[in-house]
Design a binder for this molecule. Sequence first.
Ligand code: ADP
Ligand code: MG
Length: 625
Amino acid sequence: MKTATYEFKAETKKLLDIVIHSLYTERDVFIRELISNAADALEKFRHHSLTAEAGFDSHLPLEITVDLDEKEHSLTITDTGIGMTQSELEANLGTIAHSGSNTFLLELAEAAKKDVNLIGQFGVGFYAAFMAASKVRVQSRSWDGSEGHEWESDGSGSFTIKEEPGLRRGTKIIVDLKEDAHDYAVKWKVESIIKQYSAFVSFPIKLAGETVNTVQAIWTRNKSEITENDYTEFYKFVGNAIDEPLYRLHFSADAPLAINALLFVPRENFEVMGFGRVDPGVNLYCQRILIDQHSKNILPEWLRFLKGVVDSEDLPLNISRQSLQDNSLVAKLRKVITKRLLKHLDEEAAKDSEAYLGFWKTFGIYLKEGVTSDYEFQKELGRLVRFESSKSEAGKPIALADYVLRMRPDQEQIYYINGPSRAAIEAGPYTEMFRKNDIEILYTMEPIDDFVLSHLGEFDGKKLVSADRADLAIPKGSEQEGEAAADGGGKDSILDKDAKEGLIAWLKTALSGKVADVVESKRLVDSPAMIVNPDGYMTSTMERVLSASRMEKGLVHEGSKKNLEINLASPLIVQLSQLIKTDESFAKEVSEQIFDNAMIQAGLLVDTLGMVERNYRILSRAVRE
Ligand code: ADP
Ligand code: MG
């Protein structure tokens, strides 16, 4: 009989190397990985037999059997699942499903040292067998009835596949245990591992003739019968987690749709740990039968960080995975569950705002993604976003509702400004007027924040407005000062009307081609000038983000022209109006420098080299005088 030998793909070799050499602790999880693969294969078979024909060996009970041989030092896991054909054995057990890039592997090696459970999280579970195995054999026969095959490897560099006649449907994995792993053939040890990690598998797991797990769907049980510990253990099971969840939502509804959902928010955000985009973590069931694992359909994409299950009896059992996507019932379920979850988060925030800030720091980025990609839940999401503000403590963002509570009675809009840090924002020109008039302003410190707020548009009927808008209208004077200070942010200028007009006209010419307009500022207090956006929709930060992404693609980005607002009470501007008469060419250099400075304060790009040269020319003149 022919035996074919195959080399593992390069990235698989690296992964095996990591598995075999860097992961000594928590080896127990290899049993969990093999059992979870067996359960997946059984779920696939069950689903298949509901949607298509039953296939080969359809009479076999759906179950997992674990056999131990203490004398031969082996552990065998058998399932009556969907099985694998020869080519599936080659493809599934020869490569890593996950894009096996080098950085991924490096990150994995690092992360795995800290937490071996990450291996399961990222779909490389089968290879965990080599933590304990000197040799692994996989005998499998597909549900299509084609001839069975045996895959074999010692994990070092290659594997073989040969025909294996006489197999039943499903897969048998025979693990020959390494010398230091012989105790994985001891019954009490294996039994306790299965109880710890695989208690919620929805098929019987039989060990020495006894069923070790109690097959039950915790999410359909009455809340009052479920202990905290049951929930935590279930979370660990569905979420491949080792810790406790941050939040939990268990809810049932009968009308308009029958829903049982048990959702968890984990404690870590895996996407920032270098693993790229994570798969959705919620599984869709119908009457306790899994119909869509890691479902992309039951929740919006931006909730992919959640773990758990949704079960609805209203879904047709034989629905195919493809048709879930445009099924209107699934769309309704998604809407109901998403709203319920967002409401739950809002309630958690009300209960314990400190804890909620922890959630926001870790997962806020997903909610922001929700605001910018999904119009359906804007209202709910608006209640959940958090930003720092001129009246918040540093590092303690506030809710938009907090802002609204503190709004002045004469204030109609919610203001925000973006900048790289709290200090930078407060040193910049945009907050001067707000400080002077005691009006709160939100500080948006991530570039995406301006897109978020512009998508939200309003909160509680109040418009969200960026403070770098040209047409900004804010109530003047502090409440105490009342009408007395109501004439603007700026101080009075010593320039007369003609001098002002002359200066502005001159600046328009000097900066022509760079600015859309030059206008007298009504809001600057100390800074000589600032950039504002005549296009009310686009903020400077949004423009910077867009132009950076164009440049990345090799495209030129002609930024839209801005307005330069000048503070006619600023001594520098007053002196500039004198300088024009005595040394016009130097005055032009100064005005260009003022413009560049304002652009930098707006976070916009300037011609840095040209600016530095000009700056030196101005400095050499300053030291000469
Ligand atoms: P994952 O389970 O995340 O896909 P694994 O490394 O655990 O990754 O398994 C790789 C693939 O091998 C699975 O996706 C599946 O196609 C196949 N496989 C593993 N074990 C079995 C089994 N017992 N029955 C059928 N297919 C299996
Ligand atoms: Mg697996």
